[in-house]
Design a binder for this molecule. Structure first.
Ligand code: SAH
Ligand code: SF4
Ligand code: F3S
Length: 466
């Protein structure tokens, strides 16, 4: 029998890329590839790239420089190493990669991963292969593979794609160009995936999409279902203890989503709702299609539906023409909302986006200074949020053994890691934990109940082969 070929895959960027990487591994398993954590002995290396900011996309070329040396070393030892570039840089700059990096054998855009086996064969026969078409009619063929075994559970928590692409065209953003128009998967396919994952021990599902709450998939009744209705249905699937979704746009928060937060205990009270800026002038220039006031109103609707709800966000500082006063409006918004955490970025002009042509740039020094001020504020809010957990008893879904012997780690509803000393039997269970202290971003606590409840752990069943 031929020994399996080894596949090493490195992902950058968002959750969608993490998910896509897993699907690529599953697709190539059918071709006799097994995943390896080390790049040295890989027969195929895939760089799953991100184009969102300049830094992210430039990483690809430096990584390719390193890989070229390894590929040459392998060739000297009589071994062949193939190199593929996938993800959003492949989509945006496919031709340029082929030109700039002769070491690359395959370039494949996010819409074409289901063709990877054929592309590898083509590269074998003809030297190189490139595919970055947008075949909309089979966009989801890859995401909903015909073979049931193709969706494989990995641990307790899993991503499931429900929509891909974005029609919002924020003026700074490449996603509508790299991921194409917004498309939603049919409800039935999502239910099948979630049921299969639940059968394999998954207890938490995060529905992902570039603009997840724009979801409008075809329901089994032939009607269009919004995200809230999909969540209601998924909450009925036995074994699924927790549901999350990411990333949302404030404009697309509808009543169904608010009702889902009101009615579903399984829907976690932690929402990532990027706002980008607190200034209406900047928001309009970004084409965000909402004002600061609209954003506050959306937050109020969530809070009215579920009082323990918390929020995170994304921010961009130094968008073209952003004045000190406009930046202060962002700080004011952060102070008013009070976040459990947030990501903030310096504006990075992206080729082909409307904002890249705006001339009133903000100096690098000002951007640095604003980023520090914003991050200090967000950090202080995050610390306060985490500190407020001390002394409380909160539910934790246990996921795996921690690095410290005897410790098991899980997550609270708000995604904070929580550690307890306990038996690995609790993995896969949601148990109340009394939080005793905080170590950086991790909570330390004790199980509030002396013995595990008689709730079966799908994970322990799985490992004992039951
Ligand atoms: N779909 C999501 C996330 C898109 S990318 C949304 O609508 O918010 C994740 C984050 O990267 C964005 O929220 C934004 O804050 C940041 N980002 C996107 N383009 C950027 C750019 N050109 N420069 C700096 N940050 C950017
Ligand atoms: Fe990009 Fe805006 Fe779409 Fe988010 S909503 S992916 S920031 S264009
Ligand atoms: Fe990056 Fe593409 Fe995701 S640009 S953030 S990998 S959609």
């Amino acid at each position: 029998m031929k020994p399996p070929r080894k596949l090493h895959i490195k992902s950058y960027g968002c959750q969608m890329n993490v998910y896509d990487a897993q699907r690529m591994v599953d697709t190539l398993a059918g071709e006799g590839f097994v995943e390896t954590a080390s790049v040295d002995d890989a027969d195929l290396v895939i760089l799953n790239t991100c184009h969102i900011r300049e830094k992210a996309s430039e990483k690809v070329y430096s990584e390719l420089g390193r890989l070229r040396v390894m590929k040459d070393d392998a060739a000297r030892q009589g071994r062949e190493m193939k190199i593929a570039v996938a993800g959003c840089v492949a989509q945006a700059e496919g031709e340029e990669i082929i030109r700039r990096a002769p070491t690359v054998d395959v370039v494949v855009g996010p819409q074409s991963y289901h063709h990877l086996p054929q592309l590898l064969a083509r590269a074998q026969a003809h030297g190189r292969a490139l595919e970055t078409e947008f075949p909309v009619e089979d966009k989801f063929e890859f995401l909903a593979p015909p073979k049931p075994a193709a969706i494989r559970a990995r641990g307790i928590s899993s991503f499931v794609t429900v929509q891909e692409g974005c029609d919002k065209f924020c003026t700074f953003c490449v996603v509508p160009y790299t991921r194409g128009a917004e498309v939603s998967r049919p409800v039935g396919k999502i239910i099948d995936d979630v049921m299969r994952l639940a059968d394999n021990g998954v207890r938490e599902i995060t529905l992902i999409g570039q603009n997840v709450n724009a979801y409008h998939g075809e329901g089994p009744d032939g009607r269009v279902w919004p995200l809230g209705r999909l969540l209601q249905r998924l909450a009925e699937i036995p074994g699924i203890a927790r549901l999350r979704y990411s990333t949302s746009h404030p404009r697309d928060v509808d009543d169904s989503l608010i009702e889902a937060h009101r009615d579903l205990p399984a829907l976690m009270p932690f929402v990532h709702l990027p706002v980008q800026s607190g200034s209406d002038r900047v928001l309009a220039a970004m084409n965000r299609r909402h004002t600061a006031r609209d954003y506050h109103e959306v937050i109020d609707r969530f809070r009215a539906a579920r009082q323990d709800i918390a929020f995170s966000s994304d921010f961009i500082v130094g968008f073209p023409g952003e004045t000190e006063e406009e930046f202060s409006a962002t700080l004011a918004l952060v102070m008013q909302i009070g976040y459990a955490g947030a990501y903030s970025f310096k504006y990075s002009p992206r080729p082909g986006t409307p904002a890249a042509d705006m001339r009133e740039t903000v100096s690098a020094a000002e951007m640095d200074e604003r980023l520090v001020r914003l991050q200090d504020l967000i950090d202080s809010q995050q610390s306060a949020f985490n500190k407020a957990m001390i002394g409380k008893t909160v539910d934790v879904l246990f996921e795996r053994a921690a690095r410290n012997p005897g410790q098991i780690v899980g997550r609270t509803a708000w995604l904070q890691p929580a550690h307890v000393m306990a038996s690995p039997d609790i993995i896969g269970q949601v148990l109340p934990v009394t939080i005793e202290s905080l170590e950086r971003y991790s909570l330390l606590g004790e199980l509030a109940l002396p013995v595990a409840r008689p709730q079966p752990s799908p994970f322990s069943q799985m490992t004992t082969g039951a």
